[in-house]
Design a protein around this ligand. Sequence first.
Ligand SMILES: *Cc1c(COP(=O)(O)O)cnc(C)c1O
Length: 456
Amino acid sequence: MTTDHKLRSLPAVDTLLNSIEGQQLIAEFGRVATVAALRQALNDARRRLNDGELPDVRTLVLSSARSQLSREFGSSLRAVINATGVIIHTNLGRAPLAESARRAMLEVAVGYSTLEYDLDAGARGSRLHHAEALLRAVTGAEAALVVNNNAAALVLLLSALAQGREVVISRGQLIEIGGGFRIPDVMAQSGARLVEVGTTNRTRLDDYERAIGEATALLLHAHASNFRIVGFTETPSLADMAALAHRHGLWLVDDLGSGALLDTAVYGLEHEPTVQESLAAGADAVCFSGDKLLGGPQAGIVVGRKAIIDRLRQHPLARAVRADKLSLAALVATLRHYRKGDAVDAIPVWQMIARPLEELQRTAQSWAAELGGEVIEGESTVGGGSLPGASLPTRLLALDVPGATAFVAALRAAPTPVIARISGQRVLFDPRTVLPGQEAALVATVRACLAQRADA
Ligand SMILES: *Cc1c(COP(=O)(O)O)cnc(C)c1O
């Protein structure tokens, strides 16, 4: 057959649309997208026909249109099972939400709400106050504000309090949080001028004091949340920094990062500084994330003096970085658990931190009974820029699979992807971060991937 003949053998778009397969595509993806995908698939087929043979063009065009449509309609944002043992896994969406938080989101999502409505007055209200009473009660702060995330909280704080003026910070705290988010860059964005003091490992109170001048707006303390400097180090206490700031009529702002409200040391971890401690030490404003150790939705929370919070609320940027109604609903539901005193029982991040070793051992053993392998000792980490270097003893299921890299890739390709760790030739599964409802799916997926290997 000549190329011309072959090209003429290409089916017409209309013929394909009217076929059973075409009708199915229309039912699933709609007419417009289906026509576009078929045209695209026909163009590809035409190019390949010019280059040589193409068996069964019709089937090929239909199936390539289908995979194109599936890719287009499918989301790259999917639920996965986290078997890594990293509790606040930044790449896997940080904190899973409490049941109450999920219900609260659903409630405001499906209908109208009092997002900016005051029921008593029957008039316009403000979204900026929904979580405030709880945040004040839980942290002891005078006032509180919730924005989109902690990076936004920091930009807002620096813009509102220090634009065109100087912010003094230790060289040991000029940190990069991850994803290219660097404190010095954030400060530049806010229009505040950075004044670095001390050295990477040692900064003393008089280093700060010498840097204070006419143009100084505030002292900034940033929690070194994702790294640790050990050895010959020195840094003044937050209380001493606060006293120094206040002697000079300045604010002390503390970027706490993780925002623990409970003491991590109770669970055998190192002590992560809490929001309450930071305020008690004299910080005038403390900012932290909603979805790290707080265990709630993505949010940036600022607590502290009313004079500061009022200025933040009135700043034009406040509108640009405001929190949405779903996050606010989830945050309020999460905070209620802290106020009520049942956070460790209700909030997944804390449930995972507090999980008893015997329970982890039992779960790992039940997996081993179903899947083979061996239960070994290991360590889970908190992650998410909290408690660098600290870990919790755990029990792991270790599977010896030749070609571990290909095996974990198969686990990721499963309908419910499972994310596991590799150590040497072994694939490790940590029960600590696998949610109660996910265990059956994990076992089924691992079994299917093992069977696939056996067939290969
Ligand atoms: C995580 C972190 C941030 C950024 O918080 P997001 O909520 O991710 O925007 C800022 N500062 C510190 C110290 C952090 O640990």
